[in-house]
Design a protein around this ligand. Structure first.
Ligand code: SF4
Length: 336
């Protein structure tokens, strides 16, 4: 049975922080405050489109801002609007995203009372130097403390990390991923840095002090991060900012691509094939990948097959259900 989720974006107008990468309006695509009536409208629309034979209500999610740091009465009014659908059994639960320093015992009690089931923390980095350089206004210790509280209260924990922040190299991101894995979240989102107009990063970029990582570099890094999380049994629910919603016109640099995850997964397959070919002579080969993985092996616009051909390996791709995800089996074509 399919679950239908409802995603709502909360703009935190009064946010006292000035994170280097943040331009709330661009990220969410909204510059108007979400109201309880908006919640009703979105949920009712989802319910109306729901065929109860094949789909049920999943989660009502509040994304975008630092939800638990918005004005208390406002936050509760949004939760109340959503909770009536959860308590009526029409949706499974409520997901929210917030800052690590927006989690306290009192907040956890309120969230529990209103049917919140999953909390995602915008950790972004677990390196105090990178956090400070990007003016996050919280520390690694606060991330760890928030994770502990979230787990103690029985919420599902999600962590969001960014790559390519100001002052952060690939090895910093790998280290952050290792620390995230040690915190045992159920889910992660990987957001490579996109430089939005009007942000501090944009100023730093224009002054030449910051050179954002482009798509190619980011794909190479994420092709290392994705297997780390998957091997640890952590579900990756997003790689890259969502397309639309205002980001397209506001991105001035960095790694914005509407199909970033596909590119990264394609790179994982290319790397796996190249590893197999390390000790093989040039020639014509068949690459066998798992069911549904042919397009990832082939790459966008056949980029992977072209890259392999440039190395002397002319390849065709076939699928076989017995081959595991990200595994590539290689055999000579004339052996078939
Ligand atoms: S990322 Fe969140 S905490 Fe940082 S400035 Fe934007 S809304 Fe505020």
């Amino acid at each position: 049975m399919k679950h239908i989720n409802v995603a709502l974006f909360v703009v935190h107008r009064g946010c006292p922080h000035t994170c280097s990468f943040c331009n709330q309006r661009s990220i969410t695509g909204f510059d108007r405050e979400l109201t309880p009536a908006d919640v009703d409208r979105a949920v009712e629309t989802a319910l109306a489109s729901l065929d109860s034979e094949t789909a049920t209500g999943g989660e009502i999610a509040f994304f975008g801002g630092s939800f638990t740091m918005t004005e208390r009465g406002y936050m509760i009014s949004l939760l109340e609007a959503a909770y009536k659908y959860v308590s009526a059994g029409l949706f499974k639960g409520i997901r929210i995203s917030t800052r690590p320093d927006g989690i306290t015992a009192e907040i956890c009690s309120i969230l529990k009372k209103y049917g919140v089931t999953a909390i995602e923390l915008g950790a972004q980095s677990l390196d105090d130097r990178v956090l400070a350089l990007n003016e996050r206004g919280h520390t690694e210790k606060q991330i760890r403390e928030a994770c502990r509280m979230i787990s103690e209260y029985g919420f599902e924990l999600g962590l969001q990390m960014m790559t390519g922040l100001y002052g952060s190299g690939d090895e910093d991101s790998i280290e952050t991923a290792e620390k995230i894995i040690s915190l045992h979240p159920a889910t992660v989102r990987i957001y490579p840095t996109v430089v939005l107009k009007g942000t501090k990063l944009h100023e730093l970029m224009l002054s030449g002090e910051f050179t954002p990582k482009g798509i190619e570099e980011t794909v190479g890094l994420c092709a290392r991060l994705i297997p780390m999380f998957e091997q640890a049994g952590i579900k990756i629910i997003r790689v890259g900012l969502h397309s639309g919603g205002g980001v397209d016109g506001e991105a001035a640099g960095g790694a914005y691509h509407p199909a970033l995850r596909e590119l990264c997964e394609g790179r994982i397959y290319l790397n796996a094939a190249l590893r197999e070919f390390r000790r093989l002579p040039a020639g014509e080969y068949i690459l066998t990948v798992g069911r549904g993985c042919r397009s990832k092996m082939t790459g966008q616009k056949r980029a992977n097959l072209r890259a392999l051909a440039a190395e002397g390996f002319t390849c065709e791709v076939e699928e076989n259900a017995s081959v595991k995800k990200y595994e590539v089996k290689v055999r000579l074509k004339n052996d078939t």
